[in-house]
Write a protein that binds this ligand. Structure first.
Ligand code: ADP
Length: 418
């Protein structure tokens, strides 16, 4: 292995061949370079250690070696073992040694006459350190490769998400036209011939009409879902959660009053998301809490928030019918519903939309539920960066959604997850 080889440059006398013999006996890999330049050039191709006689190191050679060593990558720190003239050193040799000290990197000086044991110990220690450097290099390489692979995977995922959204948008858009034609002609047919058909045919007409209304709702929701990452919808990246919940509650006013629902929340912080999307998010989750209510009592929705580093964790808890925890992941999928045949209307896109909104801001959404007890939907959204970020008041005041009045009883903390 090139990383194990020892380059020897000792041009005078028989030093080169003697050293090489000693090292070969130890089963080490040795290469004798008769020219200094050859040694310097070979360094670039992978070397374990350099063994040099100091008589070969004039000032220009020391400078050249220094340049070569400076070219090493960050993980590399090649050892240079220099055999010196020891006690008999003349002034030229001392000057060389002084220069050598300036070489950046590990330089070991071995005084002549050399003892085999000293030589071998210096060479083995240099090789041991070199092996560790190569291990570090491999580790760094692997890390770089994984980082590269991760980046490529993220890019591919982003591309696939974008094209999926584009596809959903284009498909939704193109499906609208034939659906409009279908609906218009069904209505026309019914108007013209409604009086002449029997009850079975009338029922078929009703099925067609219900089917096309449902399909229209599905397409509208799909288009809404596809639009989430449309950058133009995020002009303003600051939203007050209290106004988002108030708007969501107003949009749900009919079902809130029909079900006699109460929606309580603490004073919530402003966060760094688009207000329309935040309203959509709360509206879907609160709307579900009302839609999937228990037959036993009026729906109660409680919303709390707790700071998690740069993010806020929101918990929306209800006392509804709940669901088995095993479905907690599945319900966030597009068109995924647990009660396909119940009277609760829906297309199964609401939570998928919520996930898309939350993930668009680098957050996460999840649910914890128990059948017959209720559910808690939690999500993380980014807080404001500036000091204008308000901390939630301790001993939160709660507001009764129906009466719009302030009460002083503190909320039960929502289920705090993970
Ligand atoms: P939709 O309500 O249109 O069916 P969603 O994506 O909003 O679609 O919800 C997916 C499914 O998750 C619902 O069909 C329902 O089965 C379940 N679900 C959502 N929210 C709740 C909740 N608060 N309580 C019980 N089940 C829920």
């Amino acid at each position: 292995m090139s990383s194990e080889r020892i380059l020897i440059h000792a041009p005078f006398g028989r030093d080169g061949s003697l050293l090489s013999q000693v090292l070969l006996k130890e089963h080490l890999t040795v290469e004798v370079c008769s020219r200094f330049e050859d040694m310097c050039e070979t360094v670039a191709h992978g070397v374990g250690a350099l063994l040099v006689g100091d008589e070969a190191l004039g000032s220009p050679q020391v400078v050249r070696l220094g340049e070569q060593l400076q070219k090493q990558p960050a993980w590399s720190d090649l050892s240079v073992i220099v055999m010196t003239s020891g006690g008999k050193a003349d002034t030229a040799s001392q000057r060389r040694l002084k220069l050598l000290e300036e070489l950046q990197g590990p330089v070991t000086l071995l005084e002549r006459p050399l003892r085999t044991a000293t030589l071998l110990s210096a060479v083995h220690s240099a090789l041991r350190s070199r092996r560790r450097q190569y291990q570090l290099r491999d580790l760094l390489q692997r890390e770089q490769e994984s980082a590269k692979a991760l980046k490529a995977a993220n890019k591919a995922l982003q591309r696939s998400n974008d094209s999926l959204a584009e596809f959903a948008y284009a498909a939704g858009h193109d499906l609208q036209e034939p659906l409009r034609t279908l609906t218009a002609y069904t209505q026309l047919l019914n108007r013209r011939f409604g009086g002449q058909i029997d009850s079975t045919a009338a029922e078929y007409f009703r099925f067609i009409s219900e089917g096309s209304s449902r399909m229209k709702k599905l397409i509208d929701d799909l288009l809404e879902y596809a639009r989430v990452t449309d950058k133009s919808t995020h002009v303003q990246q600051q939203a007050d959660c209290n106004s988002a919940i108030e708007s969501a509650r107003d949009n749900l006013a009919a079902s809130v009053s029909e079900a006699g629902a109460t929606i309580d929340w603490e004073s919530l912080p402003p966060i760094a998301v688009d207000l329309t999307q935040l309203t959509q998010l709360f509206q879907n989750v609160i709307g579900n809490a009302i839609k999937y209510r228990s037959p036993e009592g009026a729906p109660r929705v409680q919303i709390t928030a707790v700071r998690r580093g740069d993010y806020w964790q929101f918990n929306v808890s209800d006392n509804g019918i709940g669901f088995e925890q095993q479905y907690a992941e599945q319900i966030f999928g597009v068109f995924k519903r647990l009660q396909q045949r119940t009277s609760a209307s829906g297309t199964g896109i609401g939570l998928a939309l919520c996930r898309r909104i939350v993930e668009h801001y680098g957050g996460r959404i999840w649910a914890v539920s128990q059948p017959g007890v209720g559910s808690t939907f939690s999500f993380l959204l980014p807080g404001l960066k500036s000091s204008t970020n308000q901390e939630i008041e301790q001993g939160a005041r709660t507001r009764n959604a129906d009466e719009g009045e302030l009460r002083s009883d503190a909320l039960q903390p929502g289920v705090v997850l993970q």
